[in-house]
Design a protein around this ligand. Sequence first.
Ligand code: MTE
Length: 307
Amino acid sequence: MHILKKPHTLPSEITPQAVYAHRRNFLQLSAGLVIAGLLPDVQAKLGPGKASVFSTNEPLTSLKNVTSYNNFYEFGTAKEDPAEYAHTLRTKPWTVSIEGLVKRPRTLGMEDILKLAPLEERIYRLRCVEGWSMVIPWLGFPLASLLRQVEPLGSAKYVEFITALQPDTMPGIRRGVLDWPYTEGLRLDEAMHPLTIMAAGLYGDILPNQNGAPLRLVVPWKYGFKSGKSVVKIRFTDREPRTTWMKSSPSEYGFYSNVNPAVGHPRWSQANERRIGEFFKRKTLLFNGYADQVAQLYTELDLRKHF
Ligand code: MTE
């Protein structure tokens, strides 16, 4: 991953608490309606975009920053490239194939996927390995509800995520910066964890292309790159998948990629982070602040070796 450029964000762009609280109430009411309006078939299932007990109550990063400071290398390596170029991404029709070590492999259309579970608003921290972080109000549903559809076999231990490859819409893939398509992976128990979601929207609206439309993974206790965008295939395996960043630089990016302030990146520290929109750095929290919910998944692991 490349070194970050300094974003030009003023402290005044931080969302004030009162505005955030008001907006959050508004979002709870409006989220389902906005998406339902765009996807009339699933209207009956959506409900009011209910808020989640897993949400943080920290101030939100502004919508402008969430949608204009992105990593989506298929559209270029600069932070502003995805907002500029991803409008070409074809997101309709969209299907996700779920295959591998499963009893019932299936290919599901986006509208059927959205019928599987009600969308919830999940306000999660996202911490990038480059040293910046954001707080994003996602609209999503637990990945577990999607994975259960195919009845995984007992031999399945890992889940691989393969993302879209559209050579004609993605200027970035012509440059050999990464091995395409972009892939990610999780252990099965991480994938089934209630904090792990598939997001179809943010800020009460459908997902902007630059944020991984129409469906992306969000794993809040791991560095941002684990959250693959524009997922088209999910494969159950018995072996640890080799992910895009591991192939690109195995000494820098491990399979687990849990946010861990005690394990530095070989070229820079991971002890602190800069919340986009804030001036001063803050201390990075173990598992990005989600230790109470996820630390038990890793009691057997040496987190320095399995970084
Ligand atoms: N998914 C795809 N397909 N391609 C990418 O380049 N970048 C990752 C991740 N998912 C990436 C991807 C990285 S490095 C980060 S930090 C997050 O997406 C950024 O998500 P955001 O732009 O929505 O904040």
